[in-house]
Design a protein around this ligand. Structure first.
Ligand code: MN
Length: 211
């Protein structure tokens, strides 16, 4: 069902990406990958009903609540995809390097299920990640288009950071590697690991806190 499109786009004898097997639901996890394919983008994934609901975000997420970034809803991915980091060989779907950029858990906001919120085109949740936290919304754009056009929006709260730049945090939470190091198949950074990937909060220390 939900993973047929995912499987139909990939030859699992040629890509190291996980197959479409449906693992047991673990709960409410989220994953974000930085994917240097034909165009650099971030893949935002939420664990919902046994799959990873996925959006491709060309400009990436932003902790700046004044920013609304375009997010194209793409095919569901298997839960095993969440931790994937590595290289999809050129010539395959999405060929290029994939960094595990952030991971954590989320809480839905509101009484509706995630499926109901997605059907309504307004999904609200709170992230507990290594880089991203606070309240967020994914809102489907109205009007013409393919129907897969959404916006990823940071709500104003204690986790908001005006002027935040996603590209200042471009290392893996899994291996500490840069995109170039992943592309070159270099080993994981031995000790630093996820510590190195954490946002350098001091950059914003002088700025007033948002409520
Ligand atoms: Mn991608």
């Amino acid at each position: 069902m939900a993973l047929e499109e995912y499987a139909s786009k990939r030859d699992f004898t040629k890509t190291p990406e996980p197959g479409p097997s449906k693992a047991a639901t673990h709960g409410h996890r989220f994953f974000i990958q930085r994917h240097d394919a034909s165009h650099l983008h971030y893949d935002f994934r939420l664990e919902i009903d046994g799959v990873l609901k996925s959006w491709a975000v060309p400009k990436g997420p932003s902790l700046d609540p004044t920013v609304k970034h375009f997010a194209a809803m793409v095919e569901d991915h298997p839960l095993d995809y969440g931790d994937f980091e590595g290289n999809i060989p050129k010539g395959n779907y999405g060929g290029g390097s994939v960094m595990l950029w952030d991971r954590g858990t989320y809480e839905l906001i509101g009484d509706e299920t995630a499926a109901e919120q997605i059907a309504r085109g307004d999904l609200k949740f709170r992230l507990h990640g290594e880089k991203l936290n606070g309240t967020w919304a994914l809102v489907r754009m109205k009007g013409k288009g393919k129907g897969n056009e959404w916006l990823l929006i940071k709500k104003k709260d204690e986790a908001s950071q005006p002027g935040w730049d996603v590209e200042a945090f471009a290392t893996s939470v899994k291996t500490g590697r840069t995109q170039e190091e992943i592309a070159a198949d270099l080993p994981a950074h031995p000790k630093k690991g996820s510590d190195q990937a954490k946002p350098k909060k001091k950059i914003h220390a002088a700025e007033p806190k948002q409520d």
